[in-house]
Design a protein around this ligand. Structure first.
Ligand SMILES: NC(=O)c1ccc[n+]([C@@H]2O[C@H](COP(=O)([O-])OP(=O)(O)OC[C@H]3O[C@@H](n4cnc5c(N)ncnc54)[C@H](OP(=O)(O)O)[C@@H]3O)[C@@H](O)[C@H]2O)c1
Length: 285
């Protein structure tokens, strides 16, 4: 089955379906991984890089772009507002900080990283609601000012999304959530699909744990591809974008190949579970 290379997440904003995750990578290693992923993409495509203010690696992403042959318009940059940067005053300052560390005029996609204010207990609903609302309003203003091309959220449950949709002037373009065969997020993705909100799969390899999963290994043998390619294909087949991370340039290159993943997109079964390897936003009220 052919898979489109990108999803139009806002008018004229095309997000590449496969991106490079960068959590816990920085410095020269990150630069080499970005360059390796660019090699896989070749002369025509766009590289999607997923960073965040709390990854402390936006400057290295900027270095990687500056030292590459890819012009700015061939890199799609996502970054995220951290909990400690949420709020009316803090969010605009955080966005300016991102732009200056990345050395770009605008982000392609700006996300709220987590649906909770920093230092408030998970069940402090009032504090989180104010933080979410003020942050989103500031992101809408940044969008209008041309500091980003699209805005969205990450780790939002259906309840958080419903609350946001009730007051947003601009609908979130994406929800970036943990998504893999052990956590297939059927309800969250159906909710997004019905509202034309793109889903972006994070931890698609289960933070590495699924590479050694027996079912994934069997699928990889059957389809004669690497376990990581199987997992990327599994996510692509479900219509989402996917963000595998590797701190190994050869793997970053292998993971970035849409052709390889498309070839592996075959009859891989659906999982039923909700087994998470990352943080769980369902406790945030
Ligand atoms: N919004 C959020 O809250 C959130 C949360 C988590 C993640 N994310 C984003 O999603 C990205 C991916 O998630 P993740 O970093 O949690 O983990 P992941 O991509 O699910 O897994 C990464 C692990 O898989 C290994 N790996 C990668 N490619 C491989 C290959 N071809 N063969 C064998 N092993 C391979 C990596 O090892 P090596 O590095 O040693 O190669 C690493 O240990 C993050 O980097 C970040 O950008 C977002």
């Amino acid at each position: 089955m052919p898979v489109s290379a990108s999803i139009e997440i806002a008018p004229g904003v095309h997000m590449p379906r496969i991106g490079l995750g960068t959590h816990r990578i920085g410095g020269d290693v990150l630069v080499r991984c970005v360059h390796a992923a660019m090699d896989a993409i070749g002369d025509a495509g766009v590289l999607h890089v997923d960073t965040a203010s709390c990854y402390n690696n936006e400057a290295a992403v900027g270095d990687a772009i500056e030292s590459s042959s890819f012009p700015r318009e061939r890199v799609f940059i996502t970054s995220k507002i951290a909990p400690k940067e949420m709020g009316r005053e803090k969010t605009p300052r955080a966005i300016d900080g991102m732009l200056s560390r990345l050395r770009v005029d605008a982000l392609d996609l700006l996300l709220v990283h987590w649906p909770a204010a920093a230092k408030a207990s998970p069940d402090d609903r009032a504090a989180h609601r104010v933080a979410r609302r003020e942050t989103w309003d500031a992101m809408e203003r940044a969008l209008a000012a041309g500091k980003c091309r699209a805005i969205g959220v990450s780790n939002y449950t259906i309840d958080h999304m419903t609350e946001l949709l009730a007051h947003a002037s601009v609908k979130p373009a994406v929800n970036q959530i943990e998504f893999h065969p052990r956590c297939p997020q059927r309800e969250a993705s159906a909710f997004c699909r019905e509202r034309d909100i793109a889903v972006v799969a994070y931890s698609p390899l289960g933070v590495g744990a699924l590479i050694d999963d027996a079912a994934v290994k069997r699928a990889a043998m059957a389809f004669r591809c690497a376990p990581a390619t199987c997992l990327i294909a599994w996510a692509l087949r479900r219509g989402v974008a996917v963000l595998p991370k590797s701190a190994t340039p050869e793997r970053a290159k292998e993971n970035a190949s849409l052709e390889r993943a498309s070839d592996a997109m075959d009859a891989m079964g659906d999982g039923d579970g909700a087994e998470k390897y990352c943080w769980d936003p369902s406790v945030v009220r």
